[in-house]
Design a protein around this ligand. Sequence first.
Ligand code: AMP
Ligand code: MN
Ligand code: MN
Ligand code: MN
Length: 287
Amino acid sequence: MSLTIDLHAHSTASDGTLTPRELVRHAHRSGLACLALTDHDTTEGLAEAAAEAKAIGLGFIPGVEASVTWNSQVVHVVGLDIDPSCGVLQQGLLGQQEFRDWRAEEMGRRLHQAGIPGAFEGAKAFSGGQLIGRTHFARFLVENGHAKDVRKVFKHFLTHGKPGHVPGQWASLGDVVAWIRAAGGQAVIAHPARYPFTRTKLRRLLAEFVEAGGEGLEVVSGSHSRDDNFTMARHAQDFDLWASAGSDYHGPENPWFELGRLPALPDGCRPIWQEWSTPTLPCAVGA
Ligand code: AMP
Ligand code: MN
Ligand code: MN
Ligand code: MN
């Protein structure tokens, strides 16, 4: 049986392709009882998504996915059940957004030097005037025939050592956890099996995360294998972390990350949504 809760998804407010309203409607049609919207470094889409969820009777959890630089590598931390009106959170996200704006222009300059003009403008058009991510550059490069698909763009243009890669510093792990906690939410390490970490290094991350006040691990992810889910369940138990589950849905173009298909949490996990057992959150019983 699939989970009826999904705590990681993107809209056009970051690099998803459905608007917050369309995403919520799609989640409902897909059989979900509860969805969290977790756009990269912005809460822009939350009000629209929450209003639509209320109108159609879907449980909704306001969230965000913040980018972190930890040990010179990028780690994503999802904040769940946050209050987006929190000034500390918004001040922190503003810094991330400013870095994104600068990085986007720098990516445009570097791609231009590599013989690909107009990438900044192209990515900006794909972003619809909202936050710009590498995915928007990838869509522009695919559209202009520089690569066959988005994955190939990342591999050949946007990752370390490639022409469009811009090194830089996201927020620290401790800062991001602090913003999320200030906003009343729970911090969750996103898609933990996706990082190129050894077991030892992952456990070092989890130890530091717990120390900083982090509370959850995305045990079940759309980008995990079954084995990954079981491995992460053990880590969650070892570090006494709540278990979260999220598809990391970005839109119908990537059908392997569809909504409503997440497997149940492995036995022994403590679902993070147990913390939210209030009558206003139907997901607490649905999943
Ligand atoms: P950014 O936060 O702008 O640096 O972009 C990170 C986003 O790029 C991720 O959330 C994914 O949506 C996307 N992404 C990263 N690596 C890949 C990849 N290898 N293939 C496809 N999409 C990717
Ligand atoms: Mn993304
Ligand atoms: Mn991520
Ligand atoms: Mn994501």
